[in-house]
Design a binder for this molecule. Structure first.
Ligand SMILES: O=P(O)(O)OC[C@H]1O[C@H](O[C@H]2O[C@H](CO)[C@@H](O)[C@H](O)[C@H]2O)[C@H](O)[C@@H](O)[C@@H]1O
Length: 266
């Protein structure tokens, strides 16, 4: 059962995880940037950007998003220490060799989906396919009958080869190469590569559950808004509360560290 982060228990957990060198990792859409009907209109609010920039002077900051790297970078307006795109498939050092394989699978799915979408009676013209090279997002927020569209898309995806890993989200299906990296495995690799002893991860959607399910004492997981089925430890009451969380992190990390050397009198 999730607890609100701004509770006594949440603040104690935050105090325990905050230490020099900890990784501060954030999902983008729905976590840092409010959800908007048109994916291309998503923006990072200036009050969030300013705090992320302050945080990045105190600790390594990473953005771990379902968007492509090129797309998310142009929306950030600052340079975090790490940007990982495509749900972990793009931008993680050491995985460049697998890119061609991921892109080839994605090319095949994209062609099959565009062909199927020509049947306007079967597939609502409001469906939008976002091609991110290594994964696809199939958005159906604008479809007239979202339930029916969901069922028809799920049936279509089940016929694709090679079979993709399909994860649903906020009026979106993400299609990714199966057994490839996900946000959870990508975060673990990032921690290992960066030598971070701990991390905080904040996300809002189904692909973030790959991180929430890790359930490790060295990773504090926070979901935007409570959800009965989420594996996250804590939640923020609403998305704009991300500003308060960033302030809490900056305040703790900016505290002068305790000098462990015992003082001797002259
Ligand atoms: O991992 P994230 O950073 O949360 O990215 C997840 C997907 O976010 C985007 O779609 C979602 O946000 C859009 C803008 O607010 C919204 O219109 C859409 O309905 C949402 O599903 C993005 O377009 C996808 O590529 C990401 O995978």
């Amino acid at each position: 059962m999730m607890t609100e982060l701004f509770s006594d228990a949440g603040m104690r957990r935050l105090d325990a995880i905050v230490q020099p060198g900890m990784l501060c990792v954030f999902d983008f859409d729905g976590t840092l940037s409010p959800i908007v009907p048109e994916p291309d209109c998503a923006r990072l609010p200036s009050e969030v950007r300013e705090r992320l920039m302050a945080l990045a002077t105190l600790a390594p900051v990473a953005i771990l998003t379902g968007r492509s790297l090129t797309d998310v970078k142009k929306r950030l307006g600052f340079e975090p220490h790490y940007v990982i795109g495509n749900h972990g498939l793009e931008g993680l050092p050491g995985w460049e060799g697998k890119s061609a394989e991921f892109a080839a699978a994605c090319d095949g799915w994209r062609e099959a989906l565009f062909m199927a979408m020509r049947d306007k009676k079967r597939f609502d013209p409001g469906i939008r396919i976002e091609d991110k090279r290594y994964s696809l997002s199939v958005h159906y927020r604008m479809a007239k009958n979202t339930k029916e569209t969901e069922a028809r898309l799920a049936a279509l995806f089940s016929k694709l080869t090679p079979p993709p890993r399909v994860v649903d989200g906020k009026f979106v299906f993400s299609l990714m190469p199966d057994e490839a990296l996900n946000k959870g495995s990508a975060l673990l690799q990032l921690m290992a590569q960066s030598g971070a002893s701990g991390a905080i991860y904040v996300g809002d959607d189904v692909t973030d559950e790959d991180v929430f399910r890790l359930r490790r004492p060295d990773i504090l997981t926070v979901r935007i808004e409570p959800h009965a089925d989420s594996a996250a430890e804590f939640h923020l009451p609403t998305m704009p509360d991300i500003v308060r969380l960033l302030d809490e992190l900056v305040r703790r990390l900016a505290r002068p560290s305790q000098d462990p050397t015992p003082r001797t009198s002259a």
